[in-house]
Each structure stands twice: as structure tokens, then as C-alpha cells.
Write a protein that binds this ligand. Structure first.
Ligand code: G3P
Ligand code: MG
Length: 229
């Protein structure tokens, strides 16, 4: 089962910072997940819409200039990373999940992603691009059909997986609170990987492993790897 460091090794280091990403790799995580917003011509790495929880700044992320965002402390003196910096610190063959929290325009977002991949010498189609906003994902898929998509969902809906048929994602990424064993099987039989967020409890890790889940997002990759070995 894949262990993805959720916002990096975010229990032990400030979430969504390069320090948390590096620590996750040192712990042996198979992959990395982080959250992004498109701001001022760039793609920056931060989870919340507002700056106050994780930085010493204030206001809405998307209302700021890049130079202001880059002046902030995101924990232990770490800056808010740029997407390109996150990609540059990836070890080879690490699964990297770029979650889109904020996008102003799919064309310019994709153009910037491709530039960042070029700089970091990463194949853009090896990244897992996920979002709760399936319309953004569909727009990206139409622009670049080879993208590997992760359809995030917080629900098991009545029309379960219809959204996935339209998106043809690589994975469906479920909330731990709602995932059921039957849904794992249904999604896998339809051809999708099943990833579950956010799994920090060893008993949940083992239960999900027994269900055949393909991967988990965890704030504690060290604990997950010790539990699942
Ligand atoms: O991608 C899994 C998980 O990160 C989704 O929720 O709010 O932690 O970004 P959130
Ligand atoms: Mg996320």
C-alpha cells in the first residue's frame, strides 16, 4: 500500500513546507501530497484560503502579491514554497500529488505546471493532479488528456462513480470518514486506484490495508510505514 506524506510529514514539521517534504522522504514515504493555489502568475503551496492559520500573514491567499506571500513565515522560518521548488526536491520515482485548491484559469495553470516540470525535469504526466473541483479537472483533461487525475470526494453519492466515468481519473481519493469496503471494490473494479485521506491511526491503516486500498495520505508516514511493514 502506497504511503503518501500528507502536506509532507506534517505532524513533525510545518505542513506544506519543503522541510516537511524532505522529512517525509527521509522517513521513507512513497509519495507526497501538497495543496496549491494559482496566485499572481505562479502556483504556490499552501492549504488554507486564508493565511492566518499556517503563516504570520493575514488576508486571503489569492488576494496577495507573490512577493508578499514569499515574505511570510510558514513555520520554523520556512517560506511558502513555489510549485517548482516542491517539484525540484522530489526524489526520483516518488509519486507526487498536486492538489488544486485554487485555480483562476485552466490554460494558464497548465502552462505554468508544464514550465515548472520542465525546470524540475519531471514528466508532467507522472504527477497526480487532484481536486475536489471536478470541473477544473475536466478542463485540464480536455487540454491535456494524458494527465493523471485524482478525483477527490468527501462523499459516497447516490450516483456513485458517475463523475469518475466522465473524468477517467487514475484514482478516486476518498475521505476516511466515508469510505466503505464495498466502495473500494466498486471503484477498483471500475479501474480506478483507491486512495484514502487522512489516515493517522494505526488501526485504520491496517483496516484499509485489509480492504485492499491502494494508498493512504498520512501526516505520520513514519508511523504508517512501521505499522504496514
Ligand atoms: O488530498 C487528500 C487531502 O489532502 C484532501 O483534503 O483538505 O487535507 O486538502 P485536504
Ligand atoms: Mg490536500
Amino acid at each position: 500500500m502506497f504511503v503518501l506524506a500528507h502536506r509532507g510529514a506534517s505532524k513533525a514539521a510545518p505542513e506544506n513546507t519543503l522541510a516537511a517534504f524532505r522529512l517525509g522522504f527521509e522517513m521513507g514515504a512513497h509519495g507526497l501530497e501538497f495543496d496549491t493555489y494559482q496566485v499572481d502568475g505562479e502556483i504556490v503551496v499552501i492549504h488554507d484560503r486564508w493565511l492566518n492559520r499556517t503563516t504570520n500573514g493575514s488576508g486571503r491567499v489569492v488576494d496577495q502579491t507573490l512577493s508578499y506571500l514569499r515574505s511570510l513565515n510558514a513555520g520554523n522560518g520556512e517560506p511558502i514554497p513555489l510549485l517548482v521548488e516542491a517539484l525540484q526536491c522530489l526524489p526520483e520515482s516518488t509519486l507526487c500529488n498536486v492538489e488544486i485548491k485554487g485555480m483562476t484559469n485552466p490554460e494558464s495553470w497548465l502552462a505554468r505546471l508544464l514550465e515548472c516540470c520542465d525546470i524540475a525535469q519531471i514528466n508532467p504526466d507522472s504527477l497526480l493532479i487532484s481536486s475536489f473541483n471536478h470541473r477544473w479537472l475536466l478542463s485540464l483533461k480536455q487540454l491535456r488528456p494524458t494527465l493523471k487525475l485524482g478525483a477527490l470526494t468527501a462523499n459516497i453519492e447516490l450516483n456513485s462513480l458517475r463523475f469518475a466515468r466522465e473524468l477517467a481519473p487514475w484514482s478516486v481519493n476518498y475521505a476516511l470518514d466515508t469510505i466503505e469496503e464495498t466502495e473500494v471494490k466498486r471503484a477498483q473494479e471500475a479501474g480506478y486506484k483507491v486512495l484514502v485521506y487522512t489516515v493517522d491511526n494505526p488501526e485504520d491503516m491496517l483496516l484499509l490495508q485489509s480492504w485492499g486500498v491502494d494508498g493512504i495520505f498520512t501526516n505520520k508516514p513514519d508511523l504508517a510505514l512501521a505499522t504496514l511493514k
